[in-house]
Design a protein around this ligand. Structure first.
Ligand code: ZN
Length: 243
């Protein structure tokens, strides 16, 4: 089975549609690692499109924020404005869809979590040290996470927990080789690694091969919608910078 691995769509329909077009015919199932909504102008459109695909989705912090499940005082002021707008805009049907999402999922040799296996909703795996602390918290060889919006692979090197980070090589089939790995495919709708292109991956499940991908999308389409909804300028601008 070939899986389209996506995360952090963040209500960015132009980016989501571009990824689906780029990957057309190359996958059988979708694993979505959460944050379908939040920040972007198309929360209902992105939920509706995802629901048409054969998929499994887990919950992210922005999905929970849109449900009013989180205390958003820890969000910055721009993120809070986007959360309020998203809450008001989501249909009852899509609110119900998001509220039914699980926080983790295990499929064969793969664990899925939005933030980390230890703290699925909240924790950011930002460096090898945090990754090292998370390896004891899942039993499969491989774990997919999102949340940081930066594609990276963390590899457990030895029994003492030594872990290294590896930058993605794009459009290359990377054998996972039965090592213990935490893999982040990056973000579709709001990349933060100084590359504005939408990020995603293709996983060949039985072969345990992963391929990182990037694809440019019409950023200005999303920005225009955000401006029309009077969304914070900082959130509009960051899309073209990729941070
Ligand atoms: Zn996110």
């Amino acid at each position: 089975m070939r899986v389209l691995v996506i995360s952090d769509i963040h209500a960015n329909l132009a980016a989501f549609e571009t990824v689906l077009a780029d990957a057309k015919g190359q996958w059988d199932f979708v694993w979505c690692l959460g944050d379908v909504v939040g920040y972007g102008p198309d929360p209902n459109e992105c939920c509706d499109l995802l629901k048409t695909l054969p998929h499994l989705c887990i919950a992210g912090n922005h999905d929970w924020a849109a449900l009013g499940r989180l205390d958003i005082r820890t969000f910055n002021v721009d993120a809070r404005r986007a959360v309020d707008w998203t809450q008001k805009t989501l249909t009852d049907e899509n609110t119900a869809y998001l509220s039914a999402l699980p926080t983790t999922f295990v499929l064969g040799n793969y664990t899925l979590a939005h933030g980390s296996p230890r703290e699925p909703i909240w924790e950011y795996i930002l460096d090898p040290l945090i990754a090292a602390l998370n390896f004891p918290h899942f039993e499969t060889d491989y774990c997919f996470v999102g949340h940081t919006h930066s594609p990276v692979t963390y590899r457990l090197i030895n029994d003492e927990g030594k872990t290294e980070a590896e930058a993605p090589k794009y459009r290359v089939h990377q054998p996972l080789n039965g090592q213990r790995l935490i893999i982040n495919p990056g973000s579709i709708g709001q990349p933060r690694d100084s590359n504005p292109d939408a990020a995603y991956g293709i996983l060949y499940v039985e072969e345990a091969i992963f391929e990182y991908r990037r694809i440019p999308y019409p950023i200005q389409m999303t920005q225009e919608k955000m401006r029309n909804h009077d969304m914070p300028d900082r959130l509009v601008k960051r899309l073209e910078h990729g941070w």
